[in-house]
Write a protein that binds this ligand. Structure first.
Ligand code: SF4
Length: 334
């Protein structure tokens, strides 16, 4: 039996309590994928609120990947010389219960004003080293085709911007938004478009989602994947292998598998690094090189993402240390 929107209160009795602290939204398309008879349903675990979210730990951070320390103007995160994040919107059609930006996304958290967006684009135009703009948020695929097209056009008109990358969950969680008009809005002369699609479990690939992804691929958009390793959702080599195959079958190159960030109220989703490393070893035996994602850690505090492999990771007496791209080591305790 599938669920409809009116059943949300019944399957998520803690919703009101959690919604006072964190944004909550579940699309009807996702709700229809939940199996209410399964107490371990991977869709429910990712999107239906639970009281465990109200348990914050001392090691958790409001800004776990350190966006604020690298934000010269509102909406821009400039951590690496040749690329920036542009957070044009702060809303999403659904709110993941493990979101790493849960303190800054949600209704009323403030999309960029027209003046702030202008200032962000002026910043990009004024830094010739920036070759790539990564549109994130929030989920930038909630923009209308008109606004998405205007943004693409303004960025592609900057001579040194060669690549525009959109990060989204929309094709899986709200596939009706991926219309032909929207796909056309992602293209403009002067820049190449890539889209990174976020999914964490093979059951997210509904027939409608597969059609939306095909519309992007057929529309000339290059696709890569992003997933988060989550306890109780995909902490199993068989599930991860099926997820990576689902990406490939849908013309999405598996790209990143993120170790979960230290976002507030998400301890129930986190694995230890040694558990994640063991899963990666099992995956190597099951997947081709084409299907293997890189296992990544965003070093808490804004030091950037690094692959969790030798050269960047060492065991210490009380945990781990990770080495950033500048060669600096940082302690990491899980
Ligand atoms: S889609 Fe991304 S930004 Fe939005 S709630 Fe999920 S993880 Fe957070």
């Amino acid at each position: 039996m599938n669920l409809a929107a009116r059943d949300l209160q019944q399957v998520a009795p803690d919703m009101e309590q959690v919604a006072r602290r964190y944004a909550v939204a579940v699309s009807p398309q996702l709700l229809a994928l939940v199996d209410p008879a399964n107490p371990h349903d991977p869709i429910a675990r990712q999107f239906l609120p639970s009281l465990a979210e109200l348990d914050s730990r001392p090691e958790e951070l409001a800004d776990p990947i350190g966006d604020a320390a690298h934000s010269p103007v509102p909406g821009i995160v400039h951590r690496h010389e040749n690329r920036v994040l542009l957070k044009a919107v702060s809303a999403c059609p659904v709110y993941c219960r493990f979101c790493f930006r849960r303190e800054t996304v949600g209704p009323g958290k403030g999309n960029l004003s027209a003046e702030e967006l202008d200032a962000a684009i002026v910043y990009i135009a004024g830094h010739p080293a920036i070759e790539e703009v990564i549109l994130t948020g929030g989920d930038p695929f909630i923009l209308s085709p008109r606004r998405a097209g205007a943004l693409t056009g303004r960025l592609a008109a900057i001579a040194h911007v060669r690549l525009i990358r959109w990060h989204t969950r929309v094709p899986l969680v709200d596939p009706a938004r991926v219309t032909d008009d929207f796909v056309a809005a992602l293209h403009a002369p002067g820049a190449v478009t890539w889209v990174a699609i976020h999914a964490n479990h093979p059951s997210e690939f509904s027939p409608d989602a597969r059609r939306a992804i095909a519309r992007l691929a057929d529309g000339g958009v290059a696709l890569v994947s992003q997933s988060v390793l989550l306890r109780g959702v995909n902490d199993d080599a068989g599930i991860l292998a099926a997820l990576m195959r689902a990406f490939l079958e849908n013309r999405i190159k598996p790209y990143y598998l993120h170790h979960p960030d230290l976002a507030p109220g998400t301890a129930h989703f986190r694995l230890r690094l040694d558990e994640g490393l063991a899963l990666m070893r099992q995956l190597r035996g099951r997947l081709s090189g084409l299907a293997m994602p890189a296992y990544m850690l965003d070093i808490p505090g804004g030091f950037g993402k690094v692959p969790l492999e030798s050269g960047h990771l060492e065991k210490t007496a009380d945990g781990w240390r990770v080495r950033d791209h500048q060669g600096r080591w940082h302690p990491y305790v899980d």
